[in-house]
Design a protein around this ligand. Sequence first.
Ligand SMILES: [Fe+2]
Ligand SMILES: [Fe+2]
Length: 344
Amino acid sequence: MSTTKVLITPTLTTNIFRAASRGFTISTATAAGLRAGYTALGSLNPASHRNFSVSHKSQLEFFPPPKNLPNIKLTPASWPHPEAREEQLKSIEIAHRECRTLSDKTAYNMVRFLRWATDLVTGYRHDPNKPYVMNERKWLIRFIFLETVAGVPGMVAGMLRHFRSLRRMKRDNGWIETLLEDAYNERMHLLTFLKMAEPGWFMKLMILGAQGVFSNGFFLAYVVSPKTCHRFVGYLEEEATKTYTYAIEDLESGKLPAWQNLEAPEIAVKYWNMPEGHRSMKDLLLYIRADEAKHREIHHTLGNLNQAEDPNPFVSEYKDPAKPHPGKGFDHIKPKGWEREEVI
Ligand SMILES: [Fe+2]
Ligand SMILES: [Fe+2]
């Protein structure tokens, strides 16, 4: 496992289209077939078969080494990750905000349906009462698939609010940047996991299909009811927090031996600014889980607000700064979001 490597060509788009065209010619994609395809993805052990990869090892380098450019020294992250202390990372818990309105119920049922469909295609089962079925490879397949989807809502919502601001010639009151930062953070999760796993063509095909359906569906839904969409993302992040909590529990209980002494990839160490001695796979999962919990808080809060008028409470300055209030970091995290009267 320690030598697992990213085995994707630099031109991912080309690969995806190549994968898609091959996939369409040979696959009659029933649900069972999709799952079988996933299960048959190349193992993380480089020595094992890689029947479902389209990429040749010799041309594979997803992250080419930084070029020695004449003028540019470094391109740092546009949204540096806020500082997160160890006790904050460890205090994150699974939570659920009860449905209070029809809009909440619609959002929650949609998430439950998507969860069922994702479990099916990623071969995910995690029932503590049954014999153990998840392993490192299955977790990574799940993480990668989920993160390609998780990066969509923030970008679509941010874009739509940006257009709305242009169209109506009105201020946005600070929402756009938080939404784009959310999408950026999810993409960093994805890029980190891609340092450890190799999606085969079937997975790329699934990701292509999922993005096509989800991004367009979310776009239309956000035009109709942004409030429901933020609640939907809040519930989706509840599930993400749950997924990473279970993975951490598995790691702690020794069910994932290949991750026991695995170091986090360099991209992660730099992005999260992981301190020396806290750069293990478990630390990485703790950081990512905290990010998901932050998204959960952000979207449940945004779902409580007046979409057209209210300022973004996560970037606002408060009249009484001593009173707990939402912010960018991990102080005062509220798993169920802040109520409107608490922050506006
Ligand atoms: Fe994520
Ligand atoms: Fe998330």
